[in-house]
Design a protein around this ligand. Structure first.
Ligand code: ATP
Length: 253
């Protein structure tokens, strides 16, 4: 599915947090949002997945007008892994991941064989098969994050929004999770802080600064020392990472 978020403007109180941003994610593209803390990435993503109302703008998933479509219909197509995933009630990991099937069910419809198979596959993809009977609340932050991703995979979305999906994850799981998402071969829009990960996984990047698009293009076009220095107000040099053969970054203040 293709996502077009056009002319998005978002105010919180009187403050304009997002000022006229347009984003395009072509079919099966992995697009990243980068930028310093507080620049408006989460706010923009929330407005795209209907958790916040923009004061202007349009969001199209193929020809579905997301802002004018019911949440249930949107969630049959759009999966979200948000930044804070705390829940107050306890469920097993298996039950949590089964919740991902909800948008595809009628009210009070019970779980079918197909749902169990999809949940099993989602647990396998996220390396969680051994955790399925564990209580969600007993898990570490990183394990919880993987369960939320498994739940979103079980939803079988055609497009995914990820807000800092690798928060809490150690380096190995950061790589595993982003590879897992990439392998889904669906359109993805993800806010990422790690620039090496962004360079490695993203086809296209939008750099956000003060609620506006400061730069956009391929990772090589956007992640130049000048742009990184302007975004984060640090010193930066890029190099070829000898392990990944991708872009590497050296930082200093
Ligand atoms: N409910 C709110 N009330 C007041 N200000 C808010 C609210 N939500 C967000 N903001 C402000 O909007 C700005 C953008 O926040 P946002 O969470 O979108 O940034 P971000 O780029 O995702 O940052 P981070 O990288 O830290 O997650 C921040 O200055 C934040 O304090």
């Amino acid at each position: 599915m293709q996502l077009i978020a056009k002319d998005m403007g978002i105010k919180i109180g009187k403050k304009e947090i997002v000022k006229d941003i347009s984003i395009l994610v072509k079919k099966q593209q992995f697009v990243g949002l980068i930028g310093p803390n507080g620049c408006g990435k989460s706010t923009l993503l929330k407005s795209i997945y209907k958790s916040l109302s923009p004061h202007k703008g349009t969001v199209l998933l193929d020809d579905m007008d997301v802002l004018k479509t019911s949440e249930k219909k949107v969630s049959q197509q759009l999966g979200v892994v948000g930044q804070f995933n705390e829940v107050n009630f306890d469920l097993t990991v298996h039950q949590m991941v089964m919740l991902g099937r909800t948008p595809h069910k009628k009210m009070l419809e019970s779980d079918k064989q197909e749902d169990f198979m999809i949940v099993e596959e989602s647990l396998a993809r996220t390396n969680l098969l051994d955790y399925k009977d564990r209580s969600f609340l007993s898990l570490s932050g990183g394990e919880k994050q993987r369960v939320i991703l498994a739940r979103t995979i079980a939803q079988q979305p055609k497009f995914m929004i990820l807000d800092e999906p690798t928060n809490h994850l150690d380096i190995r799981y950061q790589i595993e999770i982003l590879s897992c998402v990439r392998n889904l071969q669906i359109g993805v829009l993800a806010a990422l802080h790690d620039l090496e990960m962004a360079a490695h996984y993203c086809d296209y990047l939008y750099a956000i600064k003060d609620g506006e698009v400061y730069a956009q293009g391929t990772p090589e076009e956007v992640l130049t020392p000048d742009t990184v220095e302007a975004l984060y107000k640090i010193k930066c040099q890029t190099y070829i990472n000898p392990v990944t053969n991708g872009l590497g970054f050296a930082y200093g203040v």
